[in-house]
Design a protein around this ligand. Structure first.
Ligand SMILES: CSC[C@@H](O)[C@@H](O)C(=O)COP(=O)(O)O
Length: 369
């Protein structure tokens, strides 16, 4: 998508420098900084510190990490070491392991001499595929928005609530939850987006930055406002992303998603999840029992970063000094709270049957694996 009129992906390969370039998201929405990633430690730091974040983008970044590993030393032993090193960076988003497994499975059967070039080619492919998947999710989600718009008076916007940032910078391009929004806006359907701030990291500010750059009307709201807005009939639908969706359609996403799903159910607001197929964990059924939830540093809760009055990025402490902070980064929304999963192949019920019907090729392989 565009930043100040120039099209960017959230990561890209620079042929001249023979290196990966990323947007360092720690400084957004206030500063747009590009960073080169040169070493395996850089890759791990970029993921852990959330310079890159969002499940699909973490996966694509890890694929370039494996390409670097293959360039340094293409032996089986080194690829295994790199797999383990990158796999432990963040535990919840399954796209990380999906990408690492795909790279390893592709490379190990090849002669060592062929592995560096093959690994880089595969990383490019994974990135390009992500863009295609997200565009298709947008097309499928657009039809849902179009139907809701058809029931509105001329010019009245479809009011969509979203949580976290499942936008283009959380993917390689388009975003998942935001892709239907971009495509509805571009199709001339009026929309207005309620953007949850998403404490503690305030990814809602990233979503606001994205939507604002694309000219989409939106309002940044506190995490606690959604239920009230739904009670008063001010939300037509919710669309969120996912970090891992189980075979039966339980959805693990940014902390606070579950509360929004409960409020949506209580108020008859449709609750949709934009789901790229690499985010499905076919090995897991019960999301609450089986998905590891990342526990992040308490400093993310006790402190907050923003733009100070002198125009500089600064950090302030919110709590009394010494107050302990708890920081579970994700929660699980059980499938019965989800109206539908918007995938690249169409929209399905959040159930084992719904997912298997859309992805018979993938669900079958996982069961026999
Ligand atoms: C298309 S991104 C989907 C999810 O990864 C997104 O909603 C989310 O929870 C991101 O969490 P983050 O901790 O910012 O990486």
């Amino acid at each position: 998508m565009k930043v100040n009129g120039t099209h960017y992906r959230s990561l890209w390969w620079d042929d001249d420098k023979a290196a990966l370039q990323i947007i360092d998201q720690r400084w957004l929405p206030h500063e747009f900084r590009i960073q080169q990633v040169d070493t395996l430690q850089d890759f791990a730091d970029a993921i852990v510190e959330m310079r890159v974040r969002g499940a699909p983008l973490i996966g694509a970044t890890a694929a370039y990490g494996m390409a670097l590993a293959a360039k340094i030393d293409p032996s089986n032993a080194h690829l295994d070491t790199a797999w383990e090193f990158l796999d432990k960076t963040r535990p919840t988003a399954i796209n990380l392991r999906w990408a690492l497994n795909r790279c390893r499975a592709h490379l190990l059967p090849l002669p060592e001499a062929d592995r560096p070039a093959a690994a880089l080619k595969l990383a490019h492919e994974i990135s390009d595929e992500d863009v295609g998947i997200n565009h298709s999710i947008g097309q499928n989600g657009l039809e849902i928005i179009r139907k809701i718009a058809a029931g509105k008076k001329d010019g009245e916007p479809v009011r969509i609530l979203t949580h976290c940032n499942a936008g283009w910078i959380a993917t390689v391009d388009w975003g998942t939850a935001t892709s239907p929004m971009y495509q509805a806006h571009d199709a001339g359907i009026p929309i207005h987006v309620w953007v949850d701030e998403t404490r503690p990291r305030n990814q809602g500010a990233l979503t606001s930055w994205e939507l604002g750059s694309h000219g989409i009307p939106h309002t940044y709201i506190t995490d606690n406002a959604g239920g009230h807005l739904m009670q008063h009939g001010l939300v037509d639908m919710v669309i969120v992303g996912t970090d891992r969706t189980t075979r039966r359609g339980d959805v693990c996403n940014k902390i606070g998603t579950y509360l929004k799903a409960l409020a949506a159910k209580a108020n008859n607001v449709p609750f949709y999840v934009a789901l790229p197929s690499p985010t499905i964990d076919w090995t897991v059924d019960d999301g609450v029992a089986e998905i590891p939830i990342e526990e992040r540093q308490e400093r993310e809760v006790t402190h907050i970063q923003g733009l100070t009055d002198d125009g500089k990025i600064g950090v302030v402490q919110v709590t009394p000094v010494g107050t302990p902070g708890g920081n579970p980064a994700f929660d699980v929304t059980p499938n019965h709270l989800v109206t539908g999963l918007i995938t690249e192949r169409g929209v399905c019920e959040a159930s084992a049957e719904g997912l298997a019907a859309l992805f018979p090729d993938l669900s079958g392989i996982a069961k026999s694996a």
